[in-house]
Design a protein around this ligand. Structure first.
Ligand SMILES: [Zn+2]
Length: 398
């Protein structure tokens, strides 16, 4: 850890730039105690590691707080210095005795109190959720920042994200959803933005790199950029994923394949309009092509031109599929006040944009034309070429 108290109660915070000589003379005349447990701690001033305080072997605190890697210590030190340079009231390793939690940095900004947690090691989902909820219930806005070393970019526009990484997903005041990351070695923030998953783990996303020297807190709390998605590359990945899924079906995929087969559908002949990207699909863990297929077989397939579709019907289908665990929403501890159902609404709005539906009221749509099921691969391919020629870059509005 980077903070300790002297016997007289003076706080020493190594987040500030101390010279080694200063600390050495301080160590000669002072004894230090841990601000949490009040046990004696030692000031370590080695050349290998960053200057820090350490508990004695048997301490309980040691187990709780001291599995700190160099990366973690250095990361939170840099983040602290970055905040104080912007004149933002910040406390490093702030211990809140009421909730018995110690965020890496507590800071106050625009009338809000933030708990910044810079996370280099994985924590169990239960712990992550409990800490986050405790912050929220006690007037803190949690700001979890993941170590960049946890990010696995597959390609410039593709990233693999696990459930743990998805826990870092947070909402900007603009409503945009993103994951903040930091790399102390490169002194670089990385924001995973415009996250549009096509499978449980794989997602289109844009990774922005922002050097800490030039970036201000606002850009991290409220990123403003949208990164449009190419419809053609989206389509290519969805198709590859879908076909692979059908060719090597896992046990848990079989009921889906069986159901669509019984309804006269073939996964290789799913129309292009099923499996489209929408802004909030990240809230749903089930791949878009699956939940959109369910919506199709439950609601859209039965409708003819001039028929009415209501959001209530869509919601009934969604609830039923959730109940059967055929649609699973993501567990996102930091994302509150937004229902995953919004993704379904966005999909319906997209179909309106594509002239399949006509808006009749806030929750009512009229069918303009039916989604056509191709009868052969050739037919599907032709439909695809027409679709892409018409809508390249026009669909994604995030
Ligand atoms: Zn302690």
């Amino acid at each position: 850890m980077l903070t300790a108290l002297t016997k007289t109660g003076k706080k020493i915070c190594l987040g500030f730039d101390y010279k080694k000589e200063t600390l050495m003379s301080l160590r000669d005349k002072e004894e230090f105690v841990c601000p949490v447990c009040r046990e004696t701690v030692l000031l370590r001033l080695g050349d290998q590691r960053i200057f820090h305080f350490a508990h004695k072997q048997s301490s309980q605190c040691r187990e709780l707080y001291e599995n700190e890697t160099y990366e973690h210590l250095e990361g939170k030190r840099q983040l602290f210095q970055w905040l104080i340079k912007q004149n933002i009231a910040s406390v490093l390793e702030y211990y809140d005795r009421n909730i018995q939690q110690r965020p890496d940095i507590m800071f106050k900004y625009n009338g809000q109190r933030y708990a910044l947690e810079y996370q280099c090691s994985t924590v169990p989902d239960k712990v992550f959720t409990k800490r986050t909820n405790t912050y929220l219930e006690n007037g803190y806005t949690p700001l979890w920042v993941i170590s960049s070393s946890h990010l696995h970019q597959k390609r410039k526009d593709l990233i693999t994200l696990s459930n743990f990484q998805y826990s870092f997903l947070r909402t900007a005041s603009s409503g945009r959803l993103y994951i903040p990351a930091y790399c102390p070695e490169k002194q670089l923030f990385q924001l995973v933005e415009s996250i549009t998953p096509f499978s449980i783990k794989n997602s289109f996303a844009h990774l922005s790199s922002l050097p800490i020297q030039t970036i201000e807190l606002d850009s991290i709390l409220d990123p403003q950029n949208d990164h449009p998605l190419s419809q053609a590359s989206w389509n290519r990945e969805v198709e590859r994923y879908m076909f692979n899924w059908a060719l090597h079906p896992r046990t848990e995929h079989k009921p889906f394949l069986q159901e669509i087969y019984n309804k006269g559908l073939n996964i290789f002949l799913i129309p292009l309009e099923i499996g489209l990207p929408v802004a909030h699909s990240v809230l749903i863990q089930t791949p878009p092509f699956i939940w959109q297929t369910y919506l199709f077989v439950d609601v859209l397939a039965h409708k003819n031109p001039q028929d009415i579709i209501t959001l209530k019907e869509i919601n009934t289908s969604y609830q039923k599929r959730m109940h059967k665990k055929q649609i699973i929403v993501r567990h996102l501890p930091q994302v509150k006040n937004v229902t995953p159902f919004i993704a379904m609404i966005e999909y319906i709005q997209l179909l309106e944009k594509l002239n399949f539906l006509n808006k009749k009221g806030d929750t009512i749509f009229e069918v303009q034309k039916k989604i056509q099921i191709p009868h052969s691969n050739r037919e599907r391919e032709e439909a695809k070429q027409n679709f892409l020629a018409k809508y390249e870059n026009a669909l994604s509005r995030w």
